[in-house]
Design a protein around this ligand. Structure first.
Ligand SMILES: C[S@@+](CC[C@H](N)C(=O)[O-])C[C@H]1O[C@@H](n2cnc3c(N)ncnc32)[C@H](O)[C@@H]1O
Length: 240
């Protein structure tokens, strides 16, 4: 069985119910715990997304720590499954007068209410590892993305067969529902999904601070016309 299929088979370790329960617990202390550690990834995602010409969707916006990092001339909509997290994002938008944030909505990333091809860019910082079905989320991100637009992901990607990977696998089996995320996340979840979707193309995969713990991934939705010429474009790939 492939690495990705094996990972997805263990999906029962996490479901939307325990993700919501976990983030209701995290919400009051989330910023205190995760603001600084995860800042470089948020900044990288917001910088990449701010180049888009058109509306940006932030999926799993959480308490909105990345919202001040988007360029002021963008238009950003944030969605999240957790009301307590979204409430904090709304407070941030008001407090910091983030006029580029056009809306914050409770929505499940696997079933969003937006029409096809709505957004010029979809960002999901630190989100893919917290969902039971990451490939179903990727399908949905691709659906709402305009041709020519990009999906920008930031998340931890597990190494192969080293001591840390074994520890992550153990944590994954025993702690995922309580934590509200999966410590183990093989690259093949994203890689296999791209391989299965011929209109999607990996344009960047780059390790981020601190210590290359997290990875920025940019995936472009090709438009039918651009596919041929862009297939030969060089890929920006910097692996840890
Ligand atoms: C680790 S937090 C990341 C928050 C924010 N992007 C950041 O960088 O701090 C993951 C967020 O994804 C949300 N989430 C989990 N599953 C989701 C789903 N199916 N649909 C939408 N949001 C979801 C959680 O509620 C949580 O707020």
């Amino acid at each position: 069985m492939s690495e990705a299929r094996n990972y997805l088979r263990e999906v029962e370790t996490l479901d939307n119910g325990n993700v919501e329960a976990a983030y209701a617990r995290w919400a009051p202390i989330y910023d205190l715990t995760f603001d600084i550690l995860l800042k470089p990834g948020r900044r990288a995602a917001a910088t990449a997304a701010s180049k888009a010409r058109g509306p940006i969707l932030d999926v799993g916006v959480g308490t909105g720590l990345e919202l001040p990092m988007f360029a002021p001339d963008t238009q950003v909509i944030g969605v999240d499954l957790s009301e307590p997290m979204l409430r904090r994002a709304a407070q941030r938008v008001r407090r910091e007068r983030l006029d580029h944030v056009a809306g914050l909505v409770k929505m499940d990333a696997t079933r969003m209410a937006f029409p096809d091809a709505t957004f010029a860019c979809v960002v999901a910082p630190y989100m893919l590892t917290v969902v039971p079905e990451p490939q179903a989320v990727l399908d949905e991100l691709a659906r709402v993305l305009r041709p020519g637009g990009e999906i920008v992901l930031v998340n931890h990607v597990s190494g192969k067969d080293d001591a840390i990977a074994l520890f992550e696998a153990w944590l994954d089996r025993h702690m995922a529902p309580k934590l509200g995320w999966r410590p183990q996340f093989p690259w093949s979840i994203i890689g296999d999904w791209i391989d299965r979707n011929p209109r999607m193309r990996l344009v960047e995969r780059r390790p981020l601070a601190p210590f290359g713990l997290f990875t920025l991934t940019r995936i472009k939705r090709m438009s039918a016309e651009s596919k041929k010429s862009e297939e030969s474009a060089p890929l920006e790939l910097a692996l840890a």
